[in-house]
Design a protein around this ligand. Structure first.
Ligand code: PPE
Length: 307
């Protein structure tokens, strides 16, 4: 998806002009994927721009860094402020926000420990990730021939830049085959997640989503949708799913910051339900949309205002 340029990017403690937010070609992270990042969205709310679950995203950034033994040279509070400052400085009311922590310039080789650690936060307006038609009618997904990471090869709990080569391989395969998105299975054969989204199915009025142990990222949208579903009285469970569970599900949908909540229309050419987004998906989609815009009293604590 193309990037829409904004004015400022936060780099290592200060705002710099968009064009000046550059790195050296010998930056460690460029060679070895030694970085961790977040994807966050801010939404227009009655009180101005509100960043959805900002503190939770920053906490996950610190967890990712901890797994990879990267010492972030800023506090959580400083990075929360950096995000707010970036959104405010660019005058954005709705945007996608990309904080990244990466090993910088000064060392080459596979011992990352002596490397300087750099941090940047960019923000820009970003539309629907899987297309407007996907949001309305649902996406067509395909089980990938690429597996999700084995947790002893790459830790899927860390949102590390290097891990996304796996997602890109699966994404390209799915797109070339004419699908919208790929579903990856764990090395044990269980459904894990999509290239940048968690997956849910609805079965007998119960909501099921794969556990972290199946290689899925602990999604913040996933956690939000679980909370909303429970408040609606639905039973929710983390469960290992087989690909056939996707084929026979009554409903299925994907969740992620970039994608938001997107219905799944078919899996491997088998229609999910009757091939149109079901009532549970629709209800959750509607409530999630209201929640991120600060329109639901109960979930207002999730919205962290910029001003
Ligand atoms: N799984 C993966 C692999 C993933 O990348 C994301 C977010 C999720 C699940 C959902 O997590 P959450 O956003 O906390 O609900 N993917 C981010 C990056 C996507 C990209 O294409 O880049 C995102 O949605 O911002």
């Amino acid at each position: 998806m193309p990037i829409t340029k904004t004015e400022y990017i936060w780099m290592d403690g200060r705002l710099v002009k968009w064009e000046q937010a550059t790195v050296h070609v010998l930056t460690h992270a460029l060679h070895y994927g030694s970085g961790v990042f977040e994807g966050i969205r801010a939404y227009r709310t009655p009180q101005g721009a509100g960043v959805f679950r900002l503190t939770d995203h920053i906490n996950r950034l610190f967890s990712s860094a901890k797994i990879l033994m990267i010492d972030i040279p800023f506090s959580r509070q400083q990075l929360v402020q950096a995000v707010k400052q970036t959104v405010a400085a660019n005058g954005l009311s709705e945007c996608y926000i990309r904080p990244i922590v990466y090993l910088g310039y000064g060392e080459m080789g596979l011992n990352p420990l002596p490397c300087p650690v750099n941090v940047a936060v960019a923000a820009w307006p970003w539309g629907v990730y899987l297309g407007e038609e996907g949001v309305q009618k649902g996406v067509r997904v395909k089980v990938s021939s690429w597996q999700r990471h084995d947790p002893n090869a790459m830790p899927p709990a860390a949102k590390g830049t290097a891990l996304y080569l796996n997602s890109s391989l699966a994404k390209v395969e799915a797109l070339k085959a004419g699908y919208d998105e790929a579903v990856l299975l764990s090395p044990q054969g269980y459904v894990s997640e999509c290239t940048g989204e968690n997956i849910f199915v609805v079965r007998n009025d119960r909501l099921l989503t794969p556990p972290v142990a199946a290689g899925a990222l602990e999604g913040i949208t996933q956690a939000s949708v679980i909370a909303i579903a429970k408040d609606l009285g639905l039973e929710v469970e983390h469960a290992n799913l087989l690909r056939s569970d996707l084929y026979t599900a009554e409903e299925a949908f994907l969740t992620g910051t970039a994608a938001e909540l997107v219905p799944v229309r078919s899996v491997d050419d088998r229609e999910v339900g009757d091939g149109a987004p079901g009532p549970v998906t629709r209800k959750l989609q509607e409530l999630f949309r209201a929640a991120v815009h600060g329109q639901v009293e109960r979930y207002r604590g999730w919205v962290e205002h910029v001003n």
